[in-house]
Design a protein around this ligand. Structure first.
Ligand code: NAP
Length: 306
């Protein structure tokens, strides 16, 4: 039986791995078969992670995290956790690859998943003009007219990044002011290739095999208008990934995993949670990393006491 299994490979998961590995607990980190590295794999330049004054690319930061964790003996598994039973003293973790593991403690660092707009043809057109990842798909929109939906930091970042490829980027936001930080918002507002469409939401997606345009609805007067675009990048936030454990640990009213005070302790003994899956507010790489550290220390204390 293992001492610690960490589920998730964003900043929270890798930091928990670094700390538990250095504590001699030989953690197993299950990193997901397709989305290893978490949200930062889909981002470009990370400018606000302390210790890197010149900034660095999101995937490079994640590669550093992994190298640091593995240097101290973390075992990494590229597989998806499909089922867990965390209720007993022995925690059971099963993967899509058919493996079953037992552990004394589990750290949940499953992060958050991109939010969809909930439009009828959204899934069908995903990969055919509709995307959630500018760094993955931006290249396909050279010299095209495209749009980004959202008013947070992600939308600003995506819109700015996409101007490297597209001739024109509309930024569609449902209100008349951005939620994004001032520095990110100003960058978008000052970019000549970006045009903001305020007080508007996407009401319909058009196009047969691929996206050809959208219908916009004005959120103030309800009027509609058509916008011809070949790409639509959705950046409207994300929801905590809790489906694996929602019937076993208590969740908050907002459906994040509930933890005790400033700790990472969930409602199940020996089960700890860290990063975006517990955080409705801050959701930064650095806060997720710090929260992974807390979970590692909590797991270590639990193992000492039991
Ligand atoms: P967010 O801060 O939650 O913003 C989501 C945005 O999407 C809001 O403007 C929201 O509108 C809008 N929205 C939500 N649901 C919508 C819907 N159904 N239709 C249309 N618009 C909708 O999410 P985020 O931008 O992904 O950022 C998440 C976290 O990561 C934040 O803490 C952010 O600071 C952080 N982040 C940081 C950086 C950076 O510092 N470099 C980069 C990216 C992300 P309202 O404004 O009306 O609510």
């Amino acid at each position: 039986m293992r001492d610690v299994i960490i589920i998730g490979s964003g900043p929270a998961g890798w930091t928990a791995a670094i700390y538990t590995a250095r504590a001699g607990l030989n953690p197993l980190l299950i990193a997901s078969s397709v989305e290893a590295g978490g949200e930062l794999m889909k981002t470009t330049e990370v400018e606000n992670y302390p210790g890197f004054p010149e900034g660095l690319m999101g995937p490079d930061l994640m590669a550093n995290f992994q190298a640091q964790a593995e240097r101290f003996g973390t075992e990494t598994l590229l597989d998806d956790v499909v089922e867990v039973d965390l209720r007993g003293d022995v925690k059971i973790v099963k993967t899509g690859g058919g493996k079953t593991f037992e552990a004394k403690t589990v750290i949940l660092a499953t992060g958050a998943a991109y939010r969809e707009l909930g439009l009828p043809r959204e899934k069908e057109l995903s990969g055919h003009g509709v995307s959630w990842c500018a760094t993955c798909d931006g290249f396909f929109f050279r010299q095209k007219t495209i749009a980004v939906v959202g008013g947070g930091d992600s939308a600003m970042e995506e819109a700015n990044f996409l101007t490297r490829f597209a001739d024109k980027v509309y930024l569609i936001h449902r209100r008349d002011s951005f939620k994004a930080s001032k520095i990110m918002a100003d960058r978008a507002l000052n970019n000549p290739k970006i045009e903001v469409i305020w007080n508007s939401e996407v009401a319909e997606l058009h196009g047969e095999m691929k996206l050809s345009g959208v219908t916009l609805r004005n959120t103030v007067d309800g009027s509609t208008s058509e916008l011809e675009i070949e790409g639509l990048f959705i950046a409207v936030g994300n929801d905590p990934r809790v489906w694996l454990v929602e019937d076993q640990v208590e969740l908050t009213a907002e459906k994040f995993i509930k933890v005790e005070g400033r700790s990472s302790k969930t409602t199940l003994p020996g089960v700890f949670a860290a990063g975006d899956v517990i955080d409705p507010t801050y959701r930064q790489a650095i806060t997720a990393a710090a929260s992974g550290c807390v979970a590692a220390l909590d797991a270590e204390h639990y193992l000492n006491d039991h």
